[in-house]
Design a protein around this ligand. Structure first.
Ligand SMILES: [Zn+2]
Ligand SMILES: [Zn+2]
Length: 222
């Protein structure tokens, strides 16, 4: 089992620096391992981690849990908070951990002689007992964890924009499959010319049979 120092080195290697937020991420993962009774980091998909911000903290969590976006075991729901929920997907047990509101003030007690606040956080966060550093509680996920993970290889076609949707992320409206961008509004806007080109493409594909139901059996030759 890797030590805190091993994990901090792994996290720092992703960044070429070590900072207090990475320490919080690494130690949060270690506490999650204790609370869930699981050994971390792990290479399988037993643990799903939902981090509430991106950045250095998320890389620290990734180093200590083994969870990553690439493995579909790490999600970012951006509340702008240095907090995370760790889910044992086999049992459904979930625990949400956040820094203790007094963690910053307390850090200096564990980093005597540190030069400046930043250095005190960096050193203090590594040494503080979990109950000084974090607060945590068991939680339930609002969405079923199986729905979050979804069925592998599920595919649909958006009946509006014509793009493929994987991982059961389509939304059904009036019996039609839509991507979330079309159903709920996207985070981007297209230029007029691009929008026109897409509309023409969709019109053409609609003329072909077997595409109206929003399902796709054999896309991209897979
Ligand atoms: Zn950093
Ligand atoms: Zn769409």
């Amino acid at each position: 089992m890797p030590t805190v120092d091993d994990l901090l080195r792994a996290s720092a290697a992703l960044h070429q620096h070590l900072c207090p937020k990475q320490v919080l991420g690494v130690r949060m993962g270690l506490l999650a391992a204790d609370l869930l009774g699981l050994s971390l980091p792990r290479a399988d998909k037993r643990v799903l981690t939902i981090v509430e911000t991106d950045g250095c903290f998320a890389d620290g969590v990734s180093a200590s849990t083994g969870c990553s976006v690439g493995h579909r075991t790490l999600r970012v729901i951006d509340y702008g908070k240095v907090a995370a929920t760790f889910v044992d997907v086999e049992t459904g047990q979930a625990v949400r951990i956040a820094p203790h509101p007094e963690a910053r003030q307390r850090a200096s007690h564990y980093a005597q002689g540190a030069r400046g606040h930043w250095q005190a956080y960096l050193e203090g966060y590594q040494r503080m007992p979990f109950d000084q550093l974090f607060s945590w509680r068991e939680v339930f996920l609002v969405e079923d964890v199986r729905a979050i993970i979804s069925t592998a290889a599920a595919r649909a076609i958006c009946t509006c924009c014509g793009e493929e949707i994987i991982n059961e992320r389509e939304v059904i409206r009036n019996g039609r499959a839509l991507c979330r961008a079309c159903a709920e509004g996207a985070y981007y806007r297209e230029t007029e010319r691009e929008a026109l080109a897409v509309r023409q493409l969709v019109q053409r594909s609609k003329r072909r049979p077997g595409r109206q139901d929003g399902t796709l059996k054999d896309s991209f030759g897979e």
